[in-house]
Design a protein around this ligand. Structure first.
Ligand code: ADP
Length: 413
């Protein structure tokens, strides 16, 4: 008997085979999800699996923000996540909101006639939706943490019972994986944080013990007070950068996207680091045409300030910093490329690929100046969340150039 011949014993043979294949796939996918701890990568696997298992054109995930109670689009199978993070879906009156409040499946075969249908979401996701299947993502304690949606059954078909079963089963594994990734990140973070806090805390303990000695000469006392001040500052910087990074890594940090003038933003940042640069006789040159980008102004400013203050810290005395902005096309989309070049010590080849990892500091230069080794990790998270890239080119002894890209409003060339 061939595959195409009808099976007399099991007239539904094809359907049974298809069902078996889908269960086999869901087993494979659940194994993959169970060992993933990167929030964004995990969500991407889930939406792709949802499209595959229900034979849909697209899928998306919405998650409830436990701090604000808002329901947000987090990922869709057909687009970059940065386009979605700004979409808050009202709980009241929306389809996803209904699924969250009722904790039940919602199947809509003709979406345009549904009162909960959202034109805003359709415009943003650029998917013309005709039918939709939405299932709740439930935590182990039965709490609804979000919604998994499949959009547009392929072919002129409707969603069937099998699709509902598949998506519900996937949602069960997906919710557990999302919760596990959150817990893993928290515990991983705690361990590293405690480790990093130990050095400044030991310095503070030693200094305070010395200060209490009555036989301490006055000049020594001044030195110790300076150490106390700088170690306290380091602790404050560590904790606040750490919290920033924890928010970015867990996907809790939100981008507030608007149209941002790069010229204004970069000039503002130059003004801030200017006194620091002048103190070391460093000159800042700039070639900044006025491009508008789609970005979270505050977060991009944080990235630029980090790159500029590194270019001052790791530059030679009387060195130069050069800031350049150039237009770029990537996959037909307009981008702006920002480059910050210095004439400093440069970064050894083998260190370059570790620069954007948490706490990494190049051994040769870490003694010159204080730092946390978190600035570039935070920068990478922020730029990638915008759909851009960040990288370094550097030559030992002559200097480094840090590049990053951001989506531009219009074609710039
Ligand atoms: P921090 O400067 O607080 O240590 P960063 O994450 O900003 O942390 O940078 C990580 C490390 O990368 C720095 O400690 C330094 O070793 C190296 N680095 C960063 N920028 C430069 C630069 N412009 N030139 C040389 N080394 C750099």
């Amino acid at each position: 008997m061939t595959d195409s011949e009808p099976n007399k014993l099991f007239p539904n043979w094809n359907q049974i085979q298809q069902r078996l294949f889908r269960y086999e796939r869901i087993l494979e996918i659940s194994q993959e999800l169970a060992v993933m701890f990167d929030h964004q990568a995990l969500l991407r696997v889930i939406v792709n699996a949802a499209s595959e298992l229900t034979d849909s054109e697209a899928s998306s995930i919405l998650l409830l923000d436990s701090a604000t109670g808002e329901l947000r689009f987090e990922m869709a199978s057909n687009m970059v996540s940065s386009d979605l993070t700004n979409i808050v879906v009202p709980i009241e009156g929306s389809i996803a909101g209904w699924v969250v409040t009722h904790g039940e499946v919602r199947l809509i075969q003709d979406i345009t006639t549904d009162p909960g249908y959202s034109q805003q979401v359709e415009d943003a996701t650029r998917v013309r939706t005709s039918n939709l299947l939405a299932v709740p993502l439930k935590s182990r304690r039965g709490q609804v943490i979000g919604v998994l949606e499949a959009l547009n059954k392929r072919g002129p078909a409707h969603y069937q019972d099998d699709d509902i079963k598949m998506l519900t089963l996937l949602a069960l594994h997906a919710a557990t994986a999302i919760e596990n990734a959150r817990l893993f990140q928290q515990s991983d973070f705690m361990a590293e944080m405690v480790h990093e806090l130990r050095t400044p805390l030991v310095a503070l303990k030693t200094s305070t013990a010395l200060l209490s000695r009555s036989d301490l000469p006055d000049e020594k006392r001044t030195d110790i007070i300076e150490t106390l001040q700088s170690e306290t500052e380091r602790l404050v910087r560590l904790t606040s950068e750490y919290l920033d990074l924890a928010r970015l890594e867990s996907g809790r940090a939100r981008l507030e996207i608007s149209e941002v003038s790069l010229e204004k933003l970069l000039y503002e940042c130059v003004d801030i680091v200017h006194p620091q640069a002048t103190e070391r006789g460093i000159q800042i040159k700039k070639a900044i045409p006025d491009f508008a980008v789609r970005a979270d102004r505050g977060k991009v400013k944080q990235v630029v300030l980090n790159l500029l203050s590194n270019a001052v810290k790791y530059n030679r005395e009387h060195g130069i910093i050069d800031i350049r902005v150039t237009p770029l096309l990537a996959h037909e989309e307009p981008f702006a490329q920002i480059a910050v070049a210095d004439t400093g010590y440069g970064i050894p080849q083998e260190s370059q690929r570790h620069l954007f990892e948490k706490f990494y500091r190049v051994a040769d230069t870490s003694g010159f100046t204080q730092g946390t080794g978190l600035g570039l990790t935070i920068a990478r998270h922020i730029i990638e969340a915008h759909g851009g890239n960040i990288w370094v080119e550097s030559e030992l002894g002559s200097g480094s150039t840090f590049f990053f890209t951001l989506p531009a409003i219009q074609k710039l060339a």
